[in-house]
Design a protein around this ligand. Sequence first.
Ligand code: ADP
Length: 274
Amino acid sequence: KSPINRELTLSLQLVPFGVGKKLLVARDITDLERVDAMRRDFIANVSHELRTPLTVVGGFVETLADAPDLPPGESRRYFDLMLDHTRRMQHLLDDLLTLSRLESTDDTLKDEPVNVAELAHALKSEAESLSHGRHRVSLQLDSSAWLKGSLQEIRSALGNLVSNAVRYTPDGGEITLTWRERDGEGIFSVTDSGEGIAAEHIPRLTERFYRVDRSRSRETGGTGLGLAIVKHVLTRHGARLDIQSIPGKGSTFSVVFPAQRLMTAPPSATVIPF
Ligand code: ADP
């Protein structure tokens, strides 16, 4: 047991040491084992996620090959289902590539100016387009500000929160996007009146492939990687994710940007001397 009473995995080895003596070398391989177990879990999860849609597509291809004279309506339905599952695999591969790009250490972070008001309006339009009029979407901007960071990454992280709010809120629900500044920090929140999340799940939501309800997530086109991507992007920006939720009432996912990422004035135009 270590000083903090944690279970350790040790590798023990006897090595020759001087004349007629042996030295017992103990190596702490706890972290190596843990990383290895995580890697194995990850591969098992990815394989499982790909196997289901591949099996479905394979099955329909066989059916269509064996019965070329199916009525057009029925074959159309099979093609639509195959397209659906193919898109699911594409979505999963896109998310996996995004995660792996974010994890590669040599990928340095951009430091470009991000106009919060513009971004917030774009995210509102995104919510409306994903909702197809099934939800009321509103936007509250308390102040105008600029952020420093990667526009593409910040947009994709906040876009993930918006897409989750739409996907986990029943028709007729409300989605509110807000931007406010408190104690020098900038907070972008996405609030929904959806199904909410029980407290015990909240600490694990940003783990890869962690879902409260697997079938609900898949039904709505989820890959289980969205919040893992959000977490990576926020860590790279020194920001944090705060999740408040009441089951049956709704959730608020807030991204808190630190003061160092905020600019109150728009970046000044570049003056080219002549
Ligand atoms: P998924 O693709 O499954 O949505 P995410 O990583 O984006 O994957 O989210 C992980 C899980 O967190 C989801 O499966 C869902 O159970 C839960 N979740 C995320 N956002 C919300 C929300 N706005 N309301 C309720 N549950 C949510």
